[in-house]
Design a protein around this ligand. Structure first.
Ligand SMILES: [Zn+2]
Length: 226
């Protein structure tokens, strides 16, 4: 106990040879708390290590989840890029011109003169039943018009300014906005100055004079006669 150590220290003070003993006792006195403290320190240290270990595991787990999120983002970005490239490829492959109806037959050609026309025929006629789907010949923007001669009309203006006219329609399916070549824009009919159901189709570069739609279609790789 403390009393014993104190006695030994006091006893050792006067003696010369006892100095060593005093030092020993001092060492012993100093060592006594140390003997307890390492256990506590070790426990504390172990607790710290455990905490560090837990932190490391937690960090590892978080790092792993972070990596998974990064992988997912990389994968999603790659898939998005692939979809965009596919869309560009499809757009490049897509036909930019289309025949206005599926029927490959004409009942009247451009430049013909006849009792039905004021001067000469300014378009080509497809002999189709009323209600036949009519497709946009080009990409472009749509507008509609009602004309006493042409009846119900849809006009598509291509990016280069070329207008294609679709006339004597029974109804328009698309009245405004943009369309792609081949998209159904209207249904054929017999409206206006018409002698029976058919589609009258015109091509007007820059919205000006009508040119021969047959030559124009053929120049774009399409033939409405075969
Ligand atoms: Zn016509």
């Amino acid at each position: 106990g403390v009393a014993g150590i104190a006695a030994a220290s006091v006893g050792g003070l006067p003696g010369t040879g006892a100095g060593g003993e005093t030092k020993d006792n001092t060492t012993a006195l100093a060592a006594a708390p140390d003997a307890v403290e390492p256990v506590a320190a070790n426990n504390a240290f172990n607790t710290q290590l455990d905490a560090l270990d837990a932190d490391a595991r937690d960090f590892g787990s978080r790092a792993s989840r972070t990596q998974e999120r990064i992988d997912l983002k990389v994968r999603q970005a790659a898939e998005k890029k692939k979809r965009e490239e596919e869309a560009i490829r499809k757009e490049a492959m897509r036909p930019k011109f289309a025949l206005p109806v599926k029927l490959h037959r004409l009942s009247a050609r451009f430049g013909q003169s006849g009792v039905n026309w004021m001067s000469v025929h300014t378009g080509i006629d497809f002999p189709v039943f009323s209600g036949t789907p009519v497709m946009a010949a080009t990409d472009g923007t749509v507008r509609t018009q009602l004309n006493s001669a042409y009846g119900n009309m849809v006009i598509v203006t291509a990016p280069d300014g070329t207008e294609t006219w679709y006339c004597h329609l029974s109804s328009a399916k698309i009245r405004s906005g943009s369309v792609k070549a081949g998209e159904v824009i209207a249904y054929s009919g017999d409206s206006g100055n018409s002698t029976g159901p058919h589609l009258h189709f015109e091509v007007r570069p820059g919205g000006g004079y009508a040119i021969d739609p047959l030559a124009w279609l053929r120049s774009h790789g399409l033939d409405p006669t075969s």
